[in-house]
Write a protein that binds this ligand. Structure first.
Ligand SMILES: Cc1cc2nc3c(=O)[nH]c(=O)nc-3n(C[C@H](O)[C@H](O)[C@H](O)COP(=O)(O)O)c2cc1C
Length: 188
């Protein structure tokens, strides 16, 4: 099997983000045949049609190109007020404006993870992310789901140390690899 090139996007801009740390952990546990690159959202301006009319901002174009080139995308979704964080929603809004054929969610295999300080681990944000990304044509993996609650107890110096969490994250990455292969066959 050829190597699957996976793009990771975290919806948190915080340097010590537990979602970014969780994304990095996906890169550690993913099976042979997958490799992870992480794209940052820091340079994206707030969506504004006036800006779009002047031409895609460089950071938007480069995020679109990275997503279009990826075999699959992992979104690490912080839960802000029961839903998608502003940086991630802003990125989705920019990417959604590309015309058909260039809009990078279309037919893209996607896995969702989330980490929160509270006990639910982002259950609510993931259902919103699933709805929004599905609406854009993204092929969001169903199960296994990865919700990391009480995240402050599961990472030490940015490293995921909680073994049960590493185990269910590993299971998700194995399922994601299979999902990507199946989606690539379906859309070949
Ligand atoms: C504006 C804001 C809203 C939040 N709302 C929620 C929420 O609805 N549910 C939840 O579980 N945690 C919520 N939190 C706590 C976050 O889960 C916690 O801050 C987490 O560390 C953020 O992810 P990050 O570390 O990747 O930035 C909120 C935090 C902020 C700053």
């Amino acid at each position: 099997m050829s190597n699957l090139n996976i793009l990771g996007i975290s919806g948190s801009l915080r340097a010590k983000s537990v979602n970014l740390a969780a994304l990095k952990a996906c890169g550690e546990v993913m099976p042979a045949g997958m490799s992870l690159k992480i794209a940052a959202l820091d340079d994206l301006p707030m969506y504004n049609f006036d800006l779009q009319e002047k031409g895609w901002p460089a950071a938007v174009q480069s995020l679109r190109d990275a997503m279009a080139a990826a075999d699959g995308v992992i979104f690490a979704c912080p839960e802000f007020n029961w839903t998608i964080s502003a940086p991630l929603k802003n990125a989705i809004d920019w990417l959604s404006r590309f015309p058909a054929g260039q809009q990078p969610f279309q037919n893209k295999p996607i896995a969702l993870i989330s980490a929160t300080g509270g006990p639910l681990g982002g259950a609510r944000v993931q259902y919103d992310a699933r709805r929004v990304m599905g609406g854009l044509g993204g092929m969001v993996l169903g199960k296994p789901e990865v919700f990391i609650g009480m995240a402050q107890n599961k990472f030490v110096d940015g490293k995921l140390t909680d073994e049960p969490t590493r185990k269910f994250m590993t299971d998700q990455m194995v399922a994601f690899q299979d999902w990507i292969v199946r989606m690539q066959r379906a859309f070949a």
